[in-house]
Design a protein around this ligand. Structure first.
Ligand SMILES: Nc1nc2c(ncn2[C@@H]2O[C@H](COP(=O)(O)OP(=O)(O)OP(=O)(O)O)[C@@H](O)[C@H]2O)c(=O)[nH]1
Length: 533
């Protein structure tokens, strides 16, 4: 086989440099094909041409871009179907940074769609692998003379599909001027065609502009093209996610740093038309439409896989449009607000803590008198609104002065704490206990009629009386409380309601203490209501 190739190459190199339009310096050629044997035979063939110099032969698009960066080739011959970055994407990126490079696409099968896509991406030649040994040098010479070159098989595929070739006619290669009507018609076809799956739309110019914007940004961002392939993954995004661009570019795996398994990210959903049910499925309760950007959505979430102990990220995904308004990709920006979230959480906790302190009695842990009045007012409102019963219990420790005088103030405090515990333990859910004065307590019982409230009060009284107190190591004693119970009478004033409860307590003291009284009558006289013990 090599002998045939060498014969052809001799024919080829017999042409005068002028006729070939080559410069005296050998043209620097870079080859990319994932098939090692094919790329090495190409290298061998081209190296035999004294006017060509193969600077490198690599296996994929990323390696090609790296090598091109290093060698600055005049011509790049690349396979259109490569793993990772395909030829179309690689061409766009290459030309964004080296617009003077001439790209020739290599393909096993001359698919019309891919030929046009490569042309649109900026390629100047297209050669099938089966014709490469004969055609590649022709293609290289043509593109270096600023022509567009299609090998015979490719030009046949570009014929109007409805236009049959006359029987027996052998297809011929095609050389076109980039400014020719034929090329314009072919490129027009791409512009008019409905966007097929797998079609990368941004032109090299658009791509280069986007590259500058995204790469120059300190905000973590990545871009998906219309095929959901990652085309940009900036430095800030590398830092935030810990995933290098080299690992992410060319893949359809933007989920990788964020989730344990494959799933669409917000940018994918926007690309698919931002269907609400899909957004809800993946970001339920966390997403909303952007107020600033049309068609964009925003969300925030916690990502346990990011950083040492997870990160809170606010992310926005917005569609990218071409000049005629077609969606050609999506850009997703990410904001790490973990520190702000932590500060807010601490603030909320301390706010809640101080709020709790402001309504709590230090000694007993029950709510204080300030909260008692607020709570009672709100329960009265509820009772009126829903016509529900509401009962109130007022309690006062019996002979507390004597206890204090006998055993000391600290032992007196113990009694108050014991009573608070009893109140807490006897209450049902929804009832609330308060210490509203020195040795005075209250219980608000929503949705409770007076008879039920009296039973609760009785149980509470008996429980407290049974509590064993040890004001001295050698002494066990007990304390008691007098309790007044009453229920709310619709539309009466809060003060009248409280006074009637106080009156019950006062009567209990007069009836010998350690008992429960439900006072009769409208309300207690002013002077009685004040003296609860
Ligand atoms: N240990 C302690 N005593 C308190 C506290 N607040 C009020 N006291 C005392 O509670 C006592 C209340 O006494 P009085 O109002 O005479 O009532 P009492 O001795 O219980 O008499 P009756 O109510 O008739 O049974 C006073 O000695 C107050 O100093 C407190 O926080 N801790």
């Amino acid at each position: 086989m090599h002998r045939i190739i060498e014969t052809r190459l001799r024919d080829c190199t017999r042409l005068s440099p002028g006729a070939r339009g080559l410069t005296p310096m050998p043209l620097r050629v870079l080859i990319a094909d994932d098939h090692r044997i094919f790329r090495e035979s190409l290298r061998h063939i081209l190296d035999l041409d004294p006017e060509l110099s193969v600077v490198d032969a690599v296996g994929d698009g990323n390696a090609l871009l790296e090598s091109a960066h290093q060698h600055h080739p005049d011509v790049v011959c690349m396979d259109v179907m490569m793993p990772g970055l395909d030829g179309i994407e690689t061409t766009r990126r290459l030309l964004a940074s080296q617009p003077e490079a001439k790209v020739i696409g290599l393909t096993a099968y001359p698919d019309r769609h891919y030929v046009l896509e490569m042309l649109n991406a900026g390629a100047r030649g297209y050669v099938t692998k089966s014709e490469a040994t004969e055609e590649l040098q022709n293609a290289i010479r043509s593109v270096c003379q600023n022509q567009i070159y299609f090998c015979p098989e490719v030009s046949a595929s570009l014929l109007d599909p409805g236009q049959a070739r006359p029987p027996g006619e052998v297809p011929r290669s095609l050389r076109l001027s980039p400014d020719s009507q034929e090329v314009r018609t072919l490129l027009d076809e791409i512009g008019r065609a409905p966007v097929p799956a797998g079609r990368p739309i941004p032109t090299p110019d658009e791509f280069a502009r986007l590259q500058q914007i995204v790469e120059g940004s300190t905000i973590p961002a990545f871009v998906l093209d219309q095929r959901h392939v990652i085309t940009h993954w900036n430095k800030a995004c590398e830092t935030l996610t810990g995933m290098p661009a080299s690992r992410m570019l060319g893949t359809r795996e933007p989920w990788r740093p964020f989730y344990p398994e494959a799933r669409p990210v917000m940018a994918d959903l926007i690309l698919d038309g931002a269907r609400e049910h899909e957004l809800r499925r993946y970001y339920a309760g966390k997403f909303h439409k952007s107020k600033l950007i049309d068609g964009a959505y925003e969300a925030e979430d916690f990502f346990p896989r990011l950083g040492a102990s997870g990160a809170w990220i606010y992310f926005t995904a917005a569609p990218l449009h071409d000049a005629v308004g077609r969606v050609i990709g999506t850009i997703e920006t990410l904001q790490d607000f973990t520190v702000r979230h932590q500060t807010e959480t601490v603030l909320k906790q301390s706010e809640a803590h101080y709020r709790h302190l402001s309504i709590t009695d230090n000694l007993t842990g029950l709510f204080n008198s300030r909260h008692f009045y607020k709570q009672l007012k709100s329960e009265i409102g509820r009772a009126i609104r829903y016509s529900h019963p509401l009962s109130l219990m007022m309690l006062d420790v019996d002979n507390f002065k004597k206890y204090n005088d006998t055993y000391g103030h600290l032992e007196g405090d113990e009694v108050l704490k014991q009573l608070a515990d009893v109140i807490r333990n006897c209450l049902r859910l929804g009832d609330n206990g308060f210490r509203i004065g020195g040795e005075e307590f209250a219980v608000i019982m929503p949705d409770t009629d007076v008879e039920s409230a009296r039973l609760v009060a009785e149980r509470l009284r008996a429980t407290f009386a049974a509590v064993r107190l040890k004001p001295r190591p050698d002494l066990t004693t007990h304390s008691t409380a007098s309790i007044g119970v009453t229920h709310y009478r619709p539309y009466e004033k809060l003060t009248a309601f409280i006074r009637r409860g106080d009156a019950g307590c006062y009567q209990a003291k007069h009836q010998g203490k350690n008992c429960v009284v439900v006072p009769e009558g409208r309300h207690a006289p002013e002077h009685e209501a004040k003296g609860t013990s």
